[in-house]
Design a binder for this molecule. Structure first.
Ligand SMILES: *[C@@H]1O[C@H](CO)[C@@H](O)[C@H](O)[C@H]1NC(C)=O
Ligand SMILES: *[C@@H]1O[C@H](CO)[C@@H](O)[C@H](O)[C@H]1NC(C)=O
Ligand SMILES: *[C@@H]1O[C@H](CO)[C@@H](O)[C@H](O)[C@H]1NC(C)=O
Length: 361
């Protein structure tokens, strides 16, 4: 009787009896050693900007979530409409009802999953409208603070601007940002390096590379990706040898002994939004966790050989993620993911678990 009742109350969660004790088999395991929580968000039903690509984005979210399940932890955010669709394909206990105006969860959220900090979101994705950027960031923060998620907001209150997509980390001791950080905050390179080492706890090596996208978002996560603690892949800059030399020099100077590999050809494709260049072909837009490296693939003839090269240089398990459905919008796996660990991850995982959707049948 008790078990039947708890089964009913728990909805889809499977309850098994292990030597007399009821054990819930949840999808996420917040105690899995080294696991990161990856949080992604579906677009809002009436957001006209994403409407043309709505089902492609949802399909990507489903495919990506299924790849992460059992490796790291995953929570998918969406409004009622999105959850109604997602719950047909994904377990209820990883879905959390929340409307994110910005599905590019990397940018307005926090950086540094181990000691989360929040910078002020730049207006680069908001047609230079800082008030719009602030509004999006406030909505994010208030939802997650209500769940008990905590992060250091000092850099934001001190007025330091940076999108999460402009900081690439090895989650150990190194980060890479572009020189957009200097322009946005009127800092010299030396000042910026010193400041980032203070704000970004645990990091003592900072590289500041020239951007490859001066007219656009200027994020470093379309340029370089750590594949191991001292190995990185760089986007292919054969089209601009000066740029390639400057980037390589900065990385080698700041990260002694780093091993660098190069992405394949830069595959061009049409962009979803004429103001934002396509990210199709940029395999560097991946997500690194302690045990896994999720690498976007694009049905390009070089996907397999690049994956093989990466596998030879990392002790992480490399997991390809088909990003063809979303990359035209200007980003893919990394841009769409927020990463958390520890207590914050636990709070978000529990919120998704406790959020049941009985009204959706
Ligand atoms: C190549 O990169 C350099 C360094 O960022 C930049 O100054 C230059 O304008 C670029 N050249 C072209 C043709 O884009
Ligand atoms: C990868 O190697 C580093 C040391 O170089 C080690 O600390 C880490 O635990 C290893 N990770 C995996 C997933 O094997
Ligand atoms: C990747 O997704 C696209 C849809 O956008 C599909 O056409 C293609 O077959 C997929 N590739 C693989 C390897 O699954």
């Amino acid at each position: 009787m008790y078990d039947l009742l708890s089964f009913a109350l728990l909805g889809y969660h499977v309850v098994t009896l292990v030597s007399g004790y009821a054990v819930n088999q949840f999808t996420n395991n917040e105690n899995r050693p080294g696991a990161h929580l990856i949080v992604i968000a579906a677009p809002r039903q009436y957001d006209t900007y994403y409407q043309r690509n709505y089902f492609n984005i949802l399909q990507f979210d489903i495919d990506y979530a299924m790849k992460v399940m059992g490796k790291d932890n995953i929570v998918v955010l969406g409004d009622q409409y999105a959850i109604q669709i997602l719950k047909r394909y994904l377990p209820d206990d990883i879905l959390l009802e929340s409307e994110m105006e910005d599905i590019w969860m990397r940018d307005p959220t926090t950086v540094n999953p181990y000691n989360p900090v929040q910078f002020r979101l730049t207006p680069a994705s908001y047609e230079e409208n800082q008030r719009a950027a602030d509004r999006v960031q406030r909505a994010f923060s208030s939802f997650f603070k209500n769940l008990g998620v905590q992060f250091d907001e000092t850099p934001k209150y001190d007025g330091y601007l940076m999108d999460g997509g402009n900081v690439v980390d090895n989650y150990n001791d190194k980060i890479v940002v572009t020189d957009r950080f200097l322009q946005d905050n009127q800092l010299t390179k030396a000042e910026a390096k010193q400041m980032l080492k203070e704000l970004y706890r645990g990091v003592d090596k900072v590289a500041i590379v020239p951007t490859d996208d001066p007219e656009g978002l200027a994020h470093s996560d379309g340029m370089v990706m750590f594949i191991n603690s001292n190995a990185a892949m760089i986007t292919n800059y054969n089209y601009n040898k000066t740029l390639k030399k400057l980037i390589t020099k900065e990385l080698l100077d700041e990260f002694p002994g780093i091993e660098l590999i190069q992405d394949a050809d830069t595959w061009t494709s049409k962009a979803y939004d004429p103001k934002i260049s396509s990210a199709c072909g940029l395999m560097v837009n991946g997500v690194l966790t302690e045990n896994f490296l999720y690498v976007p693939t694009f049905n390009n003839p070089t996907d397999i050989s690049i994956l093989t090269t990466i596998r030879g240089k990392t002790n992480r398990t490399v997991v390809p993620i088909n990003a063809s459905r979303v990359c035209e919008m200007g980003g893919s796996v990394r841009c769409l993911s927020w990463q958390q660990t520890g207590e914050n991850a636990r709070k978000i995982i529990e919120a998704a678990r406790n959020d049941d959707y009985f009204w959706l049948y």
